[in-house]
Design a protein around this ligand. Structure first.
Ligand code: RB5
Length: 156
């Protein structure tokens, strides 16, 4: 069982609700940062708390849903220690875990059907980081974050 932080904008909230229900059936604990309806909102306002909860280890992983998954992933990747991957199929989801140790998954509700989204999420949750040469590359991302972070290392 893991703690999964969830966030969506108006384009993604319905899929986020479906994913939340599925995660609960799988025994996961869910932290839902909204949004909770179809009123138009701005995706960065939802990506940020999810990314911060993962960076602060309050959640094990994060899942973000917008129309394409792109705005959510762009925003989440501004937070140090977050590696967000926008995935449109299970192979991308598997490789984002094996090679990139992605800790946030971004999905596009306008691009993937509900059942495919669940398949992507399941694959993503079940796949372990492969380590080895990939760990060296993640280390370089972390180094870059540290070089570009403010004096407190990106911590608030
Ligand atoms: C909202 O219309 C849309 O721009 C948003 O959900 C997302 O796709 C942005 O990346």
């Amino acid at each position: 069982m893991s703690v999964i932080a969830l966030g969506a904008d108006h384009a993604g909230w319905q899929l986020k609700e479906d994913l939340k229900a599925w995660l609960v059936t799988q025994g996961h604990q869910v932290l839902d940062f909204g949004t909770h309806g179809s009123d138009s909102v701005d995706y960065p306002d939802y990506a940020l708390p999810v990314a911060e909860s993962v960076a602060a280890a309050k959640a094990d992983r994060g899942v973000l849903v917008c129309g394409t998954g792109l705005g959510m992933s762009m925003t989440a990747n501004k937070v140090p220690r977050v590696r967000a991957a926008a995935c449109g199929d299970p192979l991308a989801a598997r490789l984002s875990r094996e090679h990139n140790d992605a800790n946030v998954l971004a999905l596009g509700a306008r691009l993937v059907a509900r059942d495919t989204a669940i398949e992507i999420l399941q694959t993503w949750l079940e796949t372990a980081f492969a380590g080895g040469r990939h760990a060296r590359r993640i280390g370089k991302i972390t180094e870059l974050e540290q070089r570009t972070a403010g004096p407190n290392g990106g911590r608030r």
